[in-house]
Write a protein that binds this ligand. Structure first.
Ligand code: EPZ
Length: 419
């Protein structure tokens, strides 16, 4: 099993190009199941989760043609299977995103129930209840969600009791072909949800309230094809900025979407980082200074992103002062803490909060990745720690970061993949 061997400390300097957003491309690829004509998706990141999604769509009969410039052409005019098998769903929870499109276009779907996950139980009850509200009959047995709506989905007024990103996306994809006008209230407003909505509008969907907590969808008979470029990945960008801040360095990121980064940039300015922006480029410069500790409290967008929590914990571990970090979205998203403690971090866990006292430096150690963003925090810690850090189970990181060791090496890190 691959591991990442990191020798620190390094101060990061230089520039990297940010890839397309994992959490935007996954729902958009699923949404191509709705389209009668071929679609071309540009700026597709080279990630394991994208490969898994392509495998899943291919197994259903979608015709995929890979371009040599991170683009994919997808043709769903001849879908033959409506099933998302366990073998694929167990490796990627986001496979649940085919449920809405399959029901909307084909009136049936059989999707393996996503299991729990390292960061929490992550039920899909809101997805299922929403589909039932749109007229689908759904049974959950033997680990599968069996859904059917032979006479087609019918519009509904749905209020989500919890803000759910993929729940909003699934229901949005179902509603675009439902008869009548649906309303989705307490909808997620993440930029990736907005990107999906913009993709759907580009193939003929009628959606208003995009970017707000209330989406109104007027169902149409069919959706056409399009060429669409995926949003830039705000979490990948935030990860490199935090790595630079933790290492007291200076980096420039290209191809970013600044609007989606505001909360993270404001928090980084609090650390004392000097941040300049121009068009789709952002530069962070610590002027060689150690970051100041910053408090974090995660929340649905436009609040502070839970997907950036682990990275900031790693940075706070070597910051000036003490930080309080509270995780409000997932019930178990601090597994990186015990690994960072092995590296000498002074962190106390109290329920859904950690208190982090910045130490002078971390010390390299063998550590284990437990989930995608925890892996990123361990890579950041390895880059700034004194000595060697061996990060195990890095299949987690390959799910969400394209070419992380190449990009970090470009910035001056001493990092290589070893078996
Ligand atoms: C999406 O997951 C992202 N994944 C996650 O990114 C991200 O952390 C999360 O949104 C929150 O922003 C993708 O977009 C593929 P949720 P999702 O439904 O949709 C509860 C990463 O690192 N809930 O918004 O699964 C749930 O338990 C990944 O890139 C229900 O109770 O998250 C959680 O506490 C990790 N019932 C809260 O809502 C449901 O039916 C928010 O979860 C659905 C969710």
């Amino acid at each position: 099993m691959d591991k990442l061997l990191i020798t620190g400390p390094s101060q990061l300097h230089g520039s990297v190009r940010i890839s397309g957003a994992k959490n935007a491309v996954l729902p958009i690829l699923a949404a191509t199941l709705l389209c009668e004509q071929p679609t071309t998706i540009n700026r597709v990141p080279h990630l394991r989760d994208v490969t898994t999604t392509m495998e899943l769509l291919g197994s259903m009969g979608v015709n995929l043609t890979l371009g040599d410039d991170n683009s994919i052409e997808l043709d769903a005019s001849n879908v033959t299977s409506y099933e998302a098998p366990y073998e694929l769903v167990k490796t990627m929870r986001a496979s649940i995103l085919v449920l809405g499109p399959l029901l909307a276009r084909f009136g049936q779907a059989k999707v393996s129930l996503p299991g729990g996950c390292a960061i929490g139980s992550r039920p899909v009850d809101l997805h299922i209840n929403g589909m039932r509200a749109l007229g689908a009959s759904i049974s959950v047995e033997k680990g599968f969600i069996n859904a059917s709506v032979p006479n087609g989905l019918k519009a509904a007024d749905i209020t989500l009791e919890t803000i759910t990103v993929t729940g909003t996306e699934n229901l949005l994809m179902a509603a675009v072909l439902a008869k009548g006008t649906s309303v989705i209230r307490n909808a997620a407003r993440e930029p990736e949800v907005t990107d999906l909505a913009n993709f759907l509008v580009s193939v003929g969907a009628k959606i208003s309230g995009i970017g707000t907590h209330t989406l109104e969808v007027e169902g149409v008979d069919s959706l056409s094809g399009t060429e669409y470029t995926v949003l830039s990945d705000r979490i990948e960008a935030g990860t490199y900025l935090v790595a630079a801040a933790a290492s007291c360095g200076a980096v420039t990121l290209k191809d970013v979407c600044l609007d989606s980064l505001n909360g993270v940039l404001d928090k980084l300015r609090e650390t004392g980082a000097h941040i300049t922006t121009e068009g789709d480029t952002v530069t962070l410069d610590m002027k060689g200074e150690r970051p100041n500790a910053v408090d974090i409290s995660t929340a649905p967008y436009p609040g502070f992103p839970t997907d950036m929590q682990a990275q900031f914990v790693a940075m706070n571990a070597v910051a000036n002062g003490t930080a309080v970090v509270t995780e409000n979205v997932f019930e178990n998203r601090f597994m990186h803490v015990q690994e960072l403690q092995r590296m000498g971090a002074d962190i106390r866990l109290q329920g859904n909060t950690v208190i982090i006292k910045g130490v002078k430096n971390l010390t390299g150690a063998p550590v284990m990745a437990t989930d995608l963003r925890a892996s990123a925090s361990l890579v950041i810690a390895g880059i700034i720690a004194h000595g060697e850090t061996l990060v195990d189970r890095i299949y987690h990181i390959d799910r969400g970061y394209a070419c992380i060791e190449e990009k970090m090496t470009q910035l001056g890190a001493n990092i290589k993949r070893v078996s």
